[in-house]
Design a protein. Structure first.
Length: 398
């Protein structure tokens, strides 16, 4: 999906926010109808019936009639598609859309092609009942049948066209690379390269803590609290932009350099779940706080390293050339002799094999095992060494 930065005027921002409000209102109404279904009742209204009800509601309420019917009907189509994907087990269950968090709407059809180029760096899109809105030409505008306009929590507007770019062709060298994802080192390659996902600097982290403390002292609903919230959102947006930029550049570089890219088959959603409270043996009825705090720090480190985004973009750009390897014991197995033991991992960064004495960076050693497709079974008969006749255990290729 190609995304561009949108620069509406002050009046256009008001109209765009009204479109977002109407689309969110219609979506939540459709979700409420769908959620009221029970076994003893008949089927809930579908898109055709909901579109008829929308026409009746627009005739009664002037504030809804003042908006674009195209935007509101498209919200019903999007919800209908979300329900079908949920029943097909393709996506999760549709959720409620909230103010300030889900600000956006979609335009489909002939209206999505109303785009004019103003200059070498600027173009404009004709939004229904808003007019021509300028956006920055950071790349060529793709041919798409729909686009989506959104506002992030930092107040920035974006225009995203629903167009799938063509994958990057393989170099044809036959080279295979393994990628080990970590918190300290975001991505370690089997070639010895260690890549770090950029985030906020130390000065920016100090500034963020100051803003968070100021937010705690602000009164709810005050303008001061709203200003501080906007500043915090801009700090998080800055970190998110840097992470996305790193993911795009790294995935493009790997797709151009290697024919086969092997990564660990990690379940990031399960890894970043909130831990269950552990009872405190010394104080009955209470729980240990340090475990949850440590897990929170680990979850933030995982999410800020761009694990999921890197693999997702690799699968888009290197189509059919990404293989998922089982992560079992890849960090404890020697890449030279195949000896597997927990004692091999001397520290977070140092790997030293207790059998052959091989010493290397722990993340790079794991990346070499991933590139070779090595995945040690926990039910092997020989706990100290991997059988050389064992075939590489690869997950389903994408």
């Amino acid at each position: 999906m190609s995304r561009f930065r949108l620069y509406p005027t002050a009046e256009q921002r008001v109209s765009l926010l009204q479109h977002c409000e109407h689309a969110r209102y219609v979506w939540n109404l459709a979700l409420e109808q769908w959620s009221m279904w029970t076994r003893d009742k008949g089927p809930t209204p579908g898109y055709v019936e909901q579109a008829r009800q929308l026409t009746e509601v627009r005739a009664v309420f002037g504030w809804l009639r003042a908006g674009s019917q195209t935007v509101q009907q498209q919200a019903l189509r999007d919800f209908n598609q979300a329900v079908r994907h949920y029943y097909a087990r393709t996506y999760r269950r549709p959720t409620w859309r909230k103010v300030g968090l889900h600000e956006g709407f979609r335009i489909v059809g002939s209206q999505a092609s109303r785009i004019v180029k103003l200059s070498r760096k600027w173009a404009a899109v004709n939004v229904p009942k808003v007019g021509w809105v300028r956006f920055r030409l950071s790349r060529a505008v793709p041919k798409a049948k729909s686009y989506r306009i959104t506002q992030d929590r930092a107040g920035r507007w974006h225009l995203a066209f629903a167009a799938i770019p063509s994958p990057i062709p393989a170099p044809g060298t036959g080279e295979v690379v393994g990628v080990d994802r970590g918190v300290t080192v975001s991505a370690a390659l089997s070639t010895g390269e260690r890549l770090a996902c950029p985030g906020l600097s130390e000065a920016e982290q100090v500034r963020l803590k100051q803003l968070q403390r100021r937010l705690d002292r602000s009164r709810r609903g005050s303008k001061r609290r709203q200003r501080v919230t906007t500043k915090i959102a801009k700090m998080h947006a800055r970190a998110s932009d840097r992470r996305k930029d790193w993911v795009e550049k790294t995935s493009t570089d790997l797709a151009r350099r290697f024919d086969v890219i092997r990564v660990e088959d990690l379940r990031i959603t399960q890894m970043t779940r909130r831990p269950k409270p552990k009872p405190d043996p010394e104080r009955p009825g209470s729980y240990l706080p340090n475990r949850r705090r440590a897990k929170r720090v680990l979850n933030r480190g995982i999410l800020s390293s761009g694990w999921g985004g890197l693999v997702r973009r690799l699968e888009h750009k290197a189509l059919g050339r990404v293989e998922r390897v089982s992560p079992a014991y890849t960090s404890q197995t020697c890449s030279v002799c195949g000896h597997c033991a927990a004692e091999n991992r001397e520290s977070q960064a140092v790997f030293r094999c207790t059998a052959c004495g091989h010493r290397a960076n722990a993340d790079v050693n794991a990346a070499i095992n991933i590139a070779a497709g090595r995945a040690v079974s926990a039910r092997r008969e020989t706990p100290g060494r991997v059988s050389p006749k064992r075939e590489p255990q690869l997950a389903t290729s994408t």
